[in-house]
Structures are given as C-alpha cells and as structure tokens.
Design a protein around this ligand. Structure first.
Ligand code: RIB
Length: 296
C-alpha cells in the first residue's frame, strides 16, 4: 500500500519577532531564515520519517530546487513532482516569543497544477492506496473525484479553510483532519463532540480527527472515539505541528496501529516538532518518537 501526497511546497521566509507586527508599525526582526515548508511538503516529510512509502506530486517553481532536494533527502519519492516556470510558492512567517506564528501565503507554482498532471499521476495508483491532500493547491475537487473513482482512501486537511472547499465532495473522503476553528466552520459547533455529530449526520462514512490545541486531540472513526492529551514540552515554534501530527497519524493508521497508539505517536511527533525551530526541519524521525515515548 502506497501513499500519494498531492500537495504544496513553499519556501518559508521565517522572521523571529518578540511580538507580531501591528497595523501601521515597522518592526526590525530578531532573525531571518529561509526554510523548506508548505503543508504538503511538511506532511510528506512526516510520512516518510514515520516509515511510510510516500510519493509527493505537485509543482515546484523558479527558486524552489531546495524543496525537491528536501523531499529527496527525506526519502520521499519525487518522480511525480514537476517543475514550473511560475514563481515558487512561498510563505512569510512571523514567529513570536511564545512560539506562535502567523502566516501569509503566496500560491505561485502550487496553483498551476494541470488536469494532465493529475490524470498522469493518478494512473500510477490503485484502489486501497492513500491520497493525502491539503488546501494549498488548485484543482482539489477534480483530484478528489478522480481518486475516489479509482478507489483510493482520501485524507483531507482542509487548511487554509476557505470558500474553495465548497466545491469538494466531502462524502468522497475517508478522513478529515481539522483544528477546532475549522471544525466549527464545517459544522457550526464549538464543542468537538457536537461538531463531529453534525459532520457525521451529513457524511456518515467520514472519520474525523480534531486537534484541540492545549487540550490535545480527539478522533472519531468506525464508532470509536479516542482522546489524546498533549505532552508537556517547552514550545519554541509551533509551525508545522499539525502537519507533523497528520503525517505521523496517517503512517500509523497505514501500519495498522490501534487508534490510541496512532494518536499517541502523532502527538509525540508534533510535541518534539514544536520544541524545535522551523517547519520541515523540526519533524522528528520515527526513532526519536519511540525514544520520546519510552522516556515518558
Ligand atoms: O503548516 C505550516 C505551513 O503552512 C508552513 O510551512 C507554510 O509554508 C504554510 O504552508
């Protein structure tokens, strides 16, 4: 069983600040780095470090060679990752003293995927293979429809949450990964159980994972409900915490770990990630996750 991640790649321009810049203010930053990121790339790296056989499809643009190299170095297959003449998609990220971030996203090459690339890529996958998606590339509804027709298991992290998602048929998905805010946007409810109940009424076959910030996360699948608290670590940078969780969780599900173990490994991986700087550079290896859990 293989996993295809049709997803974004971004150059992350990361600026460390004491506090986020305010309207009308000009702020000198403490430091600046350019790192490999993008929700798609981060999730592929997490999947690979968690031990999954992962293929990343998408488009990198001018100036984005570092991103392809990062995937290759992490053991991700890149034969379905094509290059584009467009400017590389990128993100401007402020990280404050509390490790919180705010992100501006420029789609660039990530928004130039063609129907032909979708057809060609999906022809290499079959029923039972996993497809991982986020909302940072174009043609999401088409990819979902075509992958569903093949019989792939489709996992969507609908982030950033916006009106483009209205055209995606959530009834064709196997899993969604959302935070509390996105769960409310989807269901109208603040409370996770109420949000899930509303989502379940509309899409009875959809499994749902909701991250709850400091309260941990909760998963609902096949009549099972599982809650996982966070691990207490010193937070340095929360960028890609959700991506790390997503990649580790999917890999664990593919490895047929029990739901509670999958959530524990995913939580441990993202806890290690937030204690380090950057998006993809912060994602731990499977061995680091095992050692972390053994020392708890
Ligand atoms: O989830 C974190 C990611 O969001 C960053 O790496 C940035 O590129 C944006 O896509």
């Amino acid at each position: 069983m293989k996993v295809l991640n049709f997803g974004s790649l971004n150059l992350d321009y990361v600026y460390r600040v004491k506090e986020f810049v305010q309207p009308g203010e000009t702020l000198a930053v403490l430091s600046q780095e350019v790192l490999a990121g993008g929700k798609g790339l981060n999730q592929s790296v997490a999947l690979a470090r968690a031990g999954a056989e992962v293929y990343h499809a998408g488009l990198y643009g001018k100036g984005g060679e570092l991103l392809k190299q990062t995937l290759t170095d992490s053991g991700v297959h890149t034969e379905y990752l094509l290059s584009s003449e467009e400017l590389q998609g990128n993100a401007v990220i402020q990280v404050n003293d509390k490790g919180e971030n705010c992100i501006l996203l420029y789609g660039g090459s990530n928004q130039c995927i063609t129907e032909q690339q979708i057809e060609e890529t999906l022809s290499h996958f079959s029923a039972g293979d996993y497809l991982v998606l986020q909302n940072e590339i174009n043609h999401l509804p088409l990819i979902v429809d075509k992958a569903y027709a093949i019989g792939m298991k489709i996992v969507l992290n609908p982030s950033p949450f916006n009106e483009k998602l209205n055209d995606v048929d959530f009834g064709k998905l196997s899993w969604i990964f959302v935070n509390e805010i996105e769960a409310k946007q989807l269901s109208g409810f603040d409370d996770a159980d109420a949000a899930y109940a509303a989502i379940h009424r509309r899409y009875p076959d959809l499994s749902v994972l909701i991250t709850l910030g400091k309260a941990g996360s909760v998963a609902y699948t096949n009549g099972e409900r599982c809650v996982q608290p966070i691990f207490d670590v010193k937070v340095v940078d929360t960028t890609a915490a959700g991506d790390t969780f997503t990649g580790y969780f999917i890999a664990s599900v593919m490895q047929q770990l029990p739901l509670s173990d999958a959530m524990k490994r995913a939580t441990a991986a993202s806890s290690i990630g937030v204690s380090r700087k950057g998006a993809s550079p912060s994602i731990p290896t499977s061995q680091e996750v095992t050692e972390f859990l053994n020392n708890r």
